[in-house]
Ligand binder design. Structure first.
Ligand code: 5GP
Length: 140
Protein backbone atom coordinates (compact mmCIF):
# COMPACT_ATOMS: atom_id res chain seq x y z
CA UNK A 1 0.00 0.00 0.00
CA UNK A 2 1.94 2.99 -1.25
CA UNK A 3 0.75 6.38 -2.41
CA UNK A 4 0.90 6.86 -6.19
CA UNK A 5 1.19 10.58 -7.07
CA UNK A 6 -0.13 9.79 -10.56
CA UNK A 7 -3.69 9.32 -9.29
CA UNK A 8 -6.36 11.62 -10.73
CA UNK A 9 -7.04 13.54 -7.50
CA UNK A 10 -3.32 14.30 -7.12
CA UNK A 11 -3.49 15.70 -10.67
CA UNK A 12 -6.45 17.89 -9.64
CA UNK A 13 -4.47 19.10 -6.59
CA UNK A 14 -1.52 20.01 -8.84
CA UNK A 15 -3.84 21.82 -11.26
CA UNK A 16 -3.02 19.42 -14.09
CA UNK A 17 -6.69 18.65 -14.73
CA UNK A 18 -9.72 20.85 -13.97
CA UNK A 19 -12.29 20.36 -11.25
CA UNK A 20 -15.45 22.11 -10.09
CA UNK A 21 -14.01 23.27 -6.76
CA UNK A 22 -16.42 24.31 -4.02
CA UNK A 23 -14.03 24.70 -1.05
CA UNK A 24 -10.28 25.11 -0.68
CA UNK A 25 -8.10 25.89 2.32
CA UNK A 26 -4.51 25.12 3.30
CA UNK A 27 -5.25 21.47 4.06
CA UNK A 28 -8.44 20.41 2.25
CA UNK A 29 -10.02 20.59 -1.22
CA UNK A 30 -13.65 19.81 -2.05
CA UNK A 31 -14.99 19.46 -5.60
CA UNK A 32 -17.94 17.95 -7.44
CA UNK A 33 -17.86 14.33 -8.56
CA UNK A 34 -18.21 14.33 -12.36
CA UNK A 35 -20.08 10.99 -12.16
CA UNK A 36 -22.56 12.08 -9.46
CA UNK A 37 -24.65 9.49 -7.73
CA UNK A 38 -27.08 12.35 -6.94
CA UNK A 39 -27.07 16.08 -7.80
CA UNK A 40 -24.45 17.88 -5.73
CA UNK A 41 -22.33 14.78 -4.99
CA UNK A 42 -19.10 16.24 -3.60
CA UNK A 43 -15.67 14.77 -2.85
CA UNK A 44 -13.59 16.04 0.06
CA UNK A 45 -9.85 15.30 0.05
CA UNK A 46 -6.78 16.19 2.09
CA UNK A 47 -4.04 18.09 0.27
CA UNK A 48 -1.42 15.96 1.99
CA UNK A 49 -0.80 12.65 0.21
CA UNK A 50 -2.79 9.79 1.72
CA UNK A 51 -3.94 6.66 -0.03
CA UNK A 52 -6.99 6.16 2.19
CA UNK A 53 -8.24 5.83 5.78
CA UNK A 54 -5.56 3.29 6.56
CA UNK A 55 -2.57 5.63 6.14
CA UNK A 56 -3.96 9.16 6.54
CA UNK A 57 -2.60 11.30 9.37
CA UNK A 58 -5.37 11.66 11.97
CA UNK A 59 -5.03 15.46 11.96
CA UNK A 60 -5.62 15.52 8.18
CA UNK A 61 -8.59 13.18 8.54
CA UNK A 62 -10.07 15.47 11.15
CA UNK A 63 -9.78 18.47 8.81
CA UNK A 64 -11.38 16.51 5.96
CA UNK A 65 -14.32 15.51 8.14
CA UNK A 66 -14.84 19.06 9.38
CA UNK A 67 -15.10 20.23 5.78
CA UNK A 68 -17.40 17.30 4.94
CA UNK A 69 -19.73 18.52 7.68
CA UNK A 70 -19.71 22.05 6.27
CA UNK A 71 -20.44 20.70 2.77
CA UNK A 72 -23.27 18.53 4.10
CA UNK A 73 -24.95 21.44 5.84
CA UNK A 74 -24.65 23.63 2.73
CA UNK A 75 -26.05 20.86 0.51
CA UNK A 76 -29.29 20.89 2.50
CA UNK A 77 -30.09 24.34 1.16
CA UNK A 78 -28.23 24.25 -2.16
CA UNK A 79 -29.94 21.05 -3.33
CA UNK A 80 -33.09 20.99 -1.16
CA UNK A 81 -31.73 17.81 0.39
CA UNK A 82 -33.60 16.04 3.15
CA UNK A 83 -30.61 13.94 4.22
CA UNK A 84 -26.95 13.31 3.47
CA UNK A 85 -25.09 10.08 2.75
CA UNK A 86 -21.34 9.83 3.43
CA UNK A 87 -19.34 7.05 1.84
CA UNK A 88 -15.61 6.38 2.01
CA UNK A 89 -13.88 3.42 0.33
CA UNK A 90 -10.55 1.80 1.20
CA UNK A 91 -8.54 -0.44 -1.11
CA UNK A 92 -10.05 -2.33 -4.08
CA UNK A 93 -11.78 -4.81 -1.82
CA UNK A 94 -13.45 -1.87 -0.10
CA UNK A 95 -14.67 -0.37 -3.37
CA UNK A 96 -11.92 2.25 -3.80
CA UNK A 97 -11.11 3.25 -7.38
CA UNK A 98 -9.08 6.44 -6.92
CA UNK A 99 -6.19 6.03 -4.49
CA UNK A 100 -6.09 9.41 -2.78
CA UNK A 101 -8.27 9.53 0.34
CA UNK A 102 -11.70 11.00 -0.34
CA UNK A 103 -15.02 11.27 1.44
CA UNK A 104 -18.15 11.28 -0.70
CA UNK A 105 -20.81 13.73 0.57
CA UNK A 106 -24.07 13.03 -1.24
CA UNK A 107 -27.35 14.97 -0.90
CA UNK A 108 -30.39 12.73 -0.51
CA UNK A 109 -34.13 13.08 -1.01
CA UNK A 110 -36.53 10.55 0.45
CA UNK A 111 -37.44 7.80 -1.99
CA UNK A 112 -34.77 8.70 -4.58
CA UNK A 113 -32.19 5.93 -5.02
CA UNK A 114 -28.53 6.72 -5.66
CA UNK A 115 -27.33 6.17 -9.22
CA UNK A 116 -24.83 3.34 -9.58
CA UNK A 117 -21.17 4.45 -9.35
CA UNK A 118 -19.74 5.71 -12.68
CA UNK A 119 -23.10 5.13 -14.39
CA UNK A 120 -23.77 8.74 -15.39
CA UNK A 121 -21.38 11.54 -16.40
CA UNK A 122 -22.96 14.92 -15.70
CA UNK A 123 -22.90 17.76 -18.25
CA UNK A 124 -20.16 20.33 -17.57
CA UNK A 125 -22.54 23.30 -17.58
CA UNK A 126 -24.78 21.56 -15.04
CA UNK A 127 -21.79 20.87 -12.78
CA UNK A 128 -20.65 24.49 -13.10
CA UNK A 129 -24.08 25.75 -12.03
CA UNK A 130 -24.26 23.27 -9.14
CA UNK A 131 -20.79 24.33 -7.92
CA UNK A 132 -21.93 27.96 -7.85
CA UNK A 133 -25.05 27.02 -5.85
CA UNK A 134 -23.00 25.07 -3.34
CA UNK A 135 -20.37 27.81 -3.00
CA UNK A 136 -23.13 30.36 -2.38
CA UNK A 137 -24.64 28.15 0.33
CA UNK A 138 -21.20 27.69 1.92
CA UNK A 139 -20.70 31.44 1.99
CA UNK A 140 -24.13 32.18 3.50
P1 5GP B 1 -14.08 5.66 -5.09
O1 5GP B 1 -14.79 4.50 -5.72
O2 5GP B 1 -12.59 5.57 -5.25
O3 5GP B 1 -14.52 5.87 -3.66
O4 5GP B 1 -14.61 6.93 -5.84
C1 5GP B 1 -13.93 7.60 -6.84
C2 5GP B 1 -14.84 8.69 -7.35
O5 5GP B 1 -14.10 9.54 -8.20
C3 5GP B 1 -16.04 8.19 -8.13
O6 5GP B 1 -17.22 8.60 -7.48
C4 5GP B 1 -15.87 8.82 -9.50
O7 5GP B 1 -17.09 9.21 -10.04
C5 5GP B 1 -14.97 10.00 -9.21
N1 5GP B 1 -14.14 10.42 -10.32
C6 5GP B 1 -13.44 9.62 -11.17
N2 5GP B 1 -12.75 10.38 -12.06
C7 5GP B 1 -13.01 11.68 -11.74
C8 5GP B 1 -12.57 12.93 -12.29
O8 5GP B 1 -11.80 13.00 -13.26
N3 5GP B 1 -13.05 14.06 -11.70
C9 5GP B 1 -13.90 14.03 -10.63
N4 5GP B 1 -14.30 15.19 -10.13
N5 5GP B 1 -14.33 12.85 -10.09
C10 5GP B 1 -13.89 11.71 -10.64
Amino acid sequence: MTYDPGNIFAKILRGEIPAFKVHEDDSVLAFLDIFPRAPGHTLVIPKAPARNLLDVEPADLSKVMAVAQRIARAQLTAFDAEGITLTQHNEPAGGQEVFHLHVHVIPRVAGVELKAPLSYKEEMDVLAAQAERLKAALAA
